[in-house]
Design a protein around this ligand. Sequence first.
Ligand SMILES: Nc1nc2c(c(=O)[nH]1)N[C@H]1C(S)=C(S)[C@@H](COP(=O)(O)O)O[C@H]1N2
Ligand SMILES: [Mo]
Length: 323
Amino acid sequence: MLIRKPSDIKPSEITSESVYLQRRKFVAAAIAGGLIAAPFRIAHADSSNPADTESQLPPLEYSVNPHYTVPQKANTWDQITHYNNFYEFGEDKTDPYENDGAFVSHPWSVTIDGEVEKCGTFTLEDILKPHPLEERTYRLRCVEAWSMVIPWVGFQLSDLIKRFQPTSAAKYVQFTSVYRPSQMPGQRTGLLPWPYIEGLRMDEAMHPLTFMVVGLYGRTLPSVDGAPLRVMSPWKYGLKGGKSIVRITFQRTQPRTTWNVVDPSEYGFYSNVNPNQPHPRWSQATERVIGTGFFEERKPTLMFNGYGEVASLYAGMNLHRYY
Ligand SMILES: Nc1nc2c(c(=O)[nH]1)N[C@H]1C(S)=C(S)[C@@H](COP(=O)(O)O)O[C@H]1N2
Ligand SMILES: [Mo]
């Protein structure tokens, strides 16, 4: 995602997608050939076993929800934690795991405010207490046309919303990510307007697929994936899933979400996965499947990322206008 205005960027700084992909493939080939140490495993492996220091993350108590699985094999722990978008730590996919060393996600508190009966600031423990955790394996499709399959641990957002009782005026939910420049080097730059803001329409937030994530592969969520709490609506592009959430605000009006503010022509509020709605600078018809080796697999992108059950949320809406 190019975020600076083209006029601010020296031609020498621009990496075209194809050059970028070639570079990645060179790196992949070098790793496969044993030239350099693997920063993550290239081929699909049976790896729920983290190989790095985050294997120290505490295991969680949860049950597997058999309702939410996908036929594809899940990506490995190392792939899911070494190829991230988390601009608070920098722009490149490897920046989060390189730059997250100072980040502290415990203790944590979350403010619930706006059009809601039970507003206040709560410890993460109080937020989580009534919710049994479950594992759901979801597809993740980034707007940049790559995808992964990820076994998250968490709970349904609708259960949290019901607890806090939004008023009838609440039509949208806004998620605010943490602002902590001392621990997040990307926030010491103007990479994005901080803090990162995302949001959903109320019916999208209440949809059973919308998940509050606190874990990965049965362990506490690594910071690179949005510790300690992040949101996930798997039929939307990954950018809708705000990480490290500190505030949940119920609103009458549509939130001003970060990427939409940065470039409204490229990133819509809805950001539903839609192979028929190209990004202005690339097609969304297919996606690179992360972790499929040197000849990285490309597969067709499915409407709503394959989660067709959400279609009724958008009945009668022009999805080209509301992209
Ligand atoms: N706070 C915050 N949340 C964020 C982002 C970010 O930069 N900052 N990036 C988004 C994007 S573009 C994607 S694709 C997903 C990536 O999630 P993952 O790194 O856990 O795979 O996180 C989303 N949530
Ligand atoms: Mo993304």
